[in-house]
Design a protein. Structure first.
Length: 126
């Protein structure tokens, strides 16, 4: 598990070291990242996600993407990354093939007309 071996270890040994640098040059420490991932994992559990479920991630390169990948790993949920530059038809193809239980889309991405029968969530930048 990625979470157990990298972020968990970093949070224990380097709690106050920067884990991420945000676009406004502020930094997130490993302890803060751990706490954010823990909250995201709890939110996924509240939405009914369990180990072996799939969660599609339609996000730009951002801290939220990293946090969600770690939250999925924490729970044993498979993250299904989707390139944000794909067309709606291509995204449909990925979703039909992967059959994820949910989809997370960043609010900065324009709303596409793709067909998705599962749970859809939108993320805003912090």
């Amino acid at each position: 598990m990625i979470y157990v071996h990298s972020m968990g270890r970093a949070a224990r040994y380097y709690p106050h070291q920067p884990a991420l640098t945000l676009s406004n040059e502020s930094r997130v420490t490993f302890t803060q990242l751990h706490d954010r991932v823990k909250r995201l994992a709890a939110a996924l559990v509240a939405k009914g996600f369990v180990a072996s479920d799939r969660l599609a991630l339609l996000l730009p390169n951002s801290p939220e993407y990293i946090e969600l990948v770690y939250a999925c790993s924490w729970l044993g949920v498979t993250a299904v990354p989707i390139n944000a530059r794909l067309s709606a038809a291509e995204i449909d193809g990925v979703l039909l093939d992967a059959k994820p239980r949910g989809l997370v889309r960043h609010s900065s991405l324009q709303i596409l007309r793709f067909s998705f029968p599962g749970n859809s969530f939108s993320m805003n930048s912090p």
